[in-house]
Design a protein. Sequence first.
Length: 430
Amino acid sequence: MIETIAPAGALHGVVSVPGDKSISHRYAMLTSIAEGDSKIHNYSTGEDCHSTLSCMRALGVEHQVSEMDGREVLVVMGKGIHGLRAPAGPLDVGNSGSTIRMLSGILAAQPFTTTIAGDCSVAKRPMRRIIAPLTQMGAQITANEGQFPPLTIRGSRLRGIEYELPVASAQVKSCVLLAGLYAEGETAVSEPVTTRDHTEIALRELGADVDLQPRHVRIRGGATLQGRELAVPGDLSSAAFFLIAALISRDADLILANVGLNPTRTALLDVLRGMGGNIKLLDFHQTNGELIGTLQVHSSKLKGGVIEGPTTAAVIDEIPILAILGAVSEEGLLVKDAAELRVKETDRIEAIASNLRRMGVVVNTTQNSIQIPGRQSFRASEIDSFGDHRVAMAFSVAALMADGPCTIQQAEAASVSFPEFYTTLRKIVV
């Protein structure tokens, strides 16, 4: 699919983004192994999260979409912690690295063998980080070249371990905690820097015995989870494209409604405010242990800066759209410690650099960094998403600031996380 995007004079309106992708994945998995039905409001419309639901259905868990107060709600009929059944064939996660990494923790404890795989992008994503701790816990896992999907997981009785993450990763942490839910004794995970804690919050909400300390979490095996009513906040990573579009445009006044503001996810807001971004918090409340708020954003003069170390890890999903900001900022943007971008849905460092150069923007890269001088402008061009949803959306924002219409090749990639992206974008263009 090709999308053509014309330059925008102004951006005004109210934006609603899909339910948080990270939380939706976790709710789908945990309610599937809870006792009884759960109602999930605002479940993500993205393809990745529906891949998780498809995997859970293949494992014997039924779900349906019903209507409540004029809005769709996902009802998951939980099977209990020991109620999953062997799938008829390999599980297909599609493009979702989140699904394969986290669900493997649950599969490692099942009394059957499962093969789990995905598309060609997932097949290139290394899984050694989850294979190592799950093997220590007693699972038997084989993989292509010892680390690449498909994974064949021979479940077994697991034992609790003390595990120190060599690299900060919320997905790996979640995988170990989900396995720990089944393991004998206690399982503890320590992390070098704090990562998103949606799994810990969701486990607590559903009844697991979890002890959470700074950069350290401990779960006791054997708990019974109870189904309940849950609400997914709007996805801050999806909101990031509109946040930055408003900040760098000439005339913008956007409201971003009901966005998740979990403190482990708001480093992006800190970065943007530190660069001079005019972002106001209009309201704030808590639902199911997650913080939610409404943001107002205006056009701003941004100075740019350096992102490195723990901050890079905290905003890793937002680097593509931050790169667009960097090009028009006063001082430019330097992102260090970003090697993780090389093994996302595509090599994001290369994808960002390639498209910026197509648009006439100077950019310099190394194996783990990207540097973009400021005070540049975007030339109308043909953009390649490389099949990556965040690249497609980031360069759609760049197209709004270009000197003429741009075309986005493989624009359908946005549907992985935000199927309504282009419709939403057009609604706010004045």
